[in-house]
Design a protein around this ligand. Structure first.
Ligand code: NAP
Length: 310
């Protein structure tokens, strides 16, 4: 795990959007002592009120401009499709020399939408924590979300190296390991490891829901681990995932094409009784699972660490 830096990194940090990702960052910022003041803004009264009660922000303001005033770091933690609008809203209120980062799951579209609004005297760095849960909203956040998980740093050409270094230091203080990637590579890698798996989960649960009408709720009653794990992923936030597919269109369509070809090959192996094909395929995929466990990115406890909870 990256060594956690327990010291001040930014004087004031402002979060725009106060859901799972911002809430977890704010709790982890407090745990690390990485900021003197944390301010926050979300569009709805309900989310602002909940955040005030939870206490992960020192100040919750009623406008985005008030939240970012005097902030050294501004974190855009709204759905990908809302990033450009938020940047346009706050651009006139940013402190000269401030750094703005986003946490969006897609990067090319965020750069396209946000960069036209970034003032010359403000720095922008893309970041993407590869951590999350199926829960959303301010109550879903917790300080440990980023511990030992990767955060990808996506910078534009000509970005100030000391600014990017400081952003990486901040993520390390939140418990994360960081790696830098260019924007196209980021969107392609995320299509493979995150976006298409979510689409497959949504599809499988959708199909089962259709079948449920035929099988009279047996799908839910007898849901064994395989289907149950799909339902966890398919419970993820609809707004966030709608935006991911609308904004990472090229990469997700490309990976979906490859997925469909493999699926047809497996379908053919089943139809023709080609057991060798199935066995070899499943042996290869089992090795990938082992690699993930060896890299410390999941537990090898049986049943995904859930124990007897069923
Ligand atoms: P979330 O829990 O649903 O929170 C989203 C926040 O954004 C809410 O506070 C919401 O305010 C606010 N918001 C939504 N639309 C807005 C708009 N048009 N203007 C201003 N504020 C708006 O979402 P999240 O999971 O934290 O995700 C935030 C970002 O992190 C997304 O870009 C997502 O792609 C990225 N991300 C998510 C995950 C994950 O697993 N969840 C992982 C990595 C990256 P209200 O509550 O008032 O509506």
């Amino acid at each position: 795990m990256a060594e956690r830096i327990v010291s001040l990194i930014y004087d004031k940090i402002a979060f725009i959007g106060l859901g799972l990702i911002a809430g977890s960052m704010a709790w982890a910022t407090k745990r690390a002592g990485a900021a003197t003041t944390i301010s926050g803004y979300a569009r709805s009264d309900a989310t602002r009120e909940t955040t005030r009660r939870l206490g992960f922000c020192d100040v919750v303001t009623d406008t985005a401009a008030e939240a970012v005033a005097d902030a050294d770091l501004v974190v855009l933690a709204v759905p990908v499709g809302a990033m450009g609008g938020v940047m346009a809203e706050i651009k006139g209120a940013l402190k000269p020399g401030a750094t703005v980062i986003d946490v969006g799951s897609v990067k090319q579209s965020v750069f396209d939408e946000v960069m036209p609004h970034v003032p010359d005297n403000v720095h922008f760095v893309g970041t993407h924590p590869m951590a999350g849960t199926e829960h959303s909203g301010p109550e879903a956040g917790f300080a440990e979300l980023y511990d030992n998980r990767w955060t990808l740093i996506v910078k534009l050409e000509g970005a100030d190296a000391s600014v990017v270094d400081k952003v990486e230091q901040y993520w390390a203080a939140l418990g994360a390991m960081t790696d830098q990637m260019d924007v196209q590579h980021h969107d392609r890698v995320c299509a493979v490891v995150s976006h298409i798996p979510h689409l497959i989960a949504y599809t499988m649960v959708g199909v089962a829901d259709d079948l449920r009408r035929v099988t009279d709720s047996e799908v839910i009653k007898f849901s064994a681990a395989g289907f149950r794990d799909f339902t966890r992923i398919a419970a993820s936030d609809p707004t966030m995932w709608r935006d991911v597919f609308l904004t990472n269109k090229d990469a997700t369509l490309e990976i979906l094409g490859r997925f469909t070809e493999e699926l047809f090959a497996l379908q053919r192996a089943i139809r023709t009784g080609d057991g060798d094909h199935l066995f070899d395929y499943f042996t290869r995929t089992r090795a990938i699972r082992r690699g993930i466990i060896e890299a410390g990115q999941d537990t090898d406890a049986p049943d995904f660490g859930r124990g007897a909870a069923r």
